[in-house]
Design a protein around this ligand. Structure first.
Ligand code: OGA
Ligand code: MN
Length: 279
């Protein structure tokens, strides 16, 4: 297999010369290295079966069954990330990293394209190693030792979608009563695979910085969010038939573009369990 990095500080590496239906131990090590250094591994022209999607995921850890997504009928481990032609909203439309509301957050997700719109439906990724590295020395030292609280309540809770007037989550998202997780993590973490520092707050699930007053904490979060959203840290992944993306939540943010009104998009997602995070 070979690895091609995205340009500059953008997130991710494209990995070719590998069939995800048959991965070797050294492939697994190379993919971990890609995640620990670039945050996402992208694959093209795959024909991975659901059984092998599960087998591939289990090389990286236990499967984390998401409480909120509707799974495939025959595979409870595989979540459907679905938008039907009649749906207005998609899943994952704001910048986020999955599961930061868990005290032991998921490592990442392996998303397999199953049905794509004729055009649109790309996913954007941001490289949180590069975003951290580009901070001023002063800001880096200010962030040392700070922690943030993350929560699922305002995103997956009963009121979350209805508040915006859209109630079309029916059949896609469930268990809103289970949206009661809160977790505390360092603002800057050391990546479990590479030891590289990464910013670990995100606009969707982070609710406050614990050591600062509300206004000061919010201002600092907004400063980080504006900084991270610069184009030099961002990679746009264009899905094609056979594409697979494996992102690491400890090193990236992602966002699903909602620009394919009236068309169906179906992705299969397996989430791999991670470890507790440390600064
Ligand atoms: C997700 C997600 C992005 C996409 O599955 O967690 O945010 O492009 N998906 O479907
Ligand atoms: Mn997501």
């Amino acid at each position: 297999m070979s690895m091609t990095m995205t340009p500059g500080d953008e997130a991710g590496a494209y990995i070719s010369g590998i069939d995800l239906n048959h991965v070797s131990p050294s492939d697994v090590e190379s993919i971990k290295a890609a995640l620990g250094n670039y945050g996402v591994a992208f694959f093209r022209d795959q024909s991975i079966t659901s059984d092998n999607h599960i087998a591939f995921a289990m090389h990286f850890g236990d499967i984390n069954i998401n409480r909120f997504f509707t799974p495939l009928a025959d595979y409870p481990q595989i979540a459907q990330v679905l938008k039907e032609p009649e749906h207005d909203r998609n899943i994952g439309e704001n910048w986020h990293t999955d599961h930061s509301y868990d005290q032991i957050p998921a490592l990442g997700s392996i998303l397999v394209a199953r049905e794509l719109p004729d055009s649109g439906g790309d996913t954007l990724f941001i490289n949180m190693f590069a975003a951290y590295d580009a901070l001023s020395t002063d800001l880096k030292s200010k962030l040392q030792g700070l922690t943030a609280t993350h929560s699922s309540r305002h995103v997956f809770g009963a009121k979350a979608w209805e508040d915006e007037g859209g109630s079309d989550k029916t059949g896609r998202l469930k268990n809103s009563d289970a949206a009661t997780q809160d977790a505390i993590h360092p603002l800057v973490i050391k990546h479990p695979f590479s030891g590289k520092p990464a910013l670990y707050v995100n606009p969707e699930f982070t609710v406050k910085i614990n050591e600062l007053g509300e206004a000061e904490g919010e201002a600092l979060l907004n400063e980080i969010y504006t900084h991270a959203q610069q184009p030099q840290f961002m990679h746009r992944f264009e899905w094609q038939a056979g594409s697979v993306a494996f992102w690491d939540n400890r090193a990236t943010w992602h966002k699903a573009l909602n620009d394919y009104a009236g068309q169906r998009r179906l992705m299969h997602r397996i989430t791999v369990q991670g470890v507790a995070l440390h600064g």
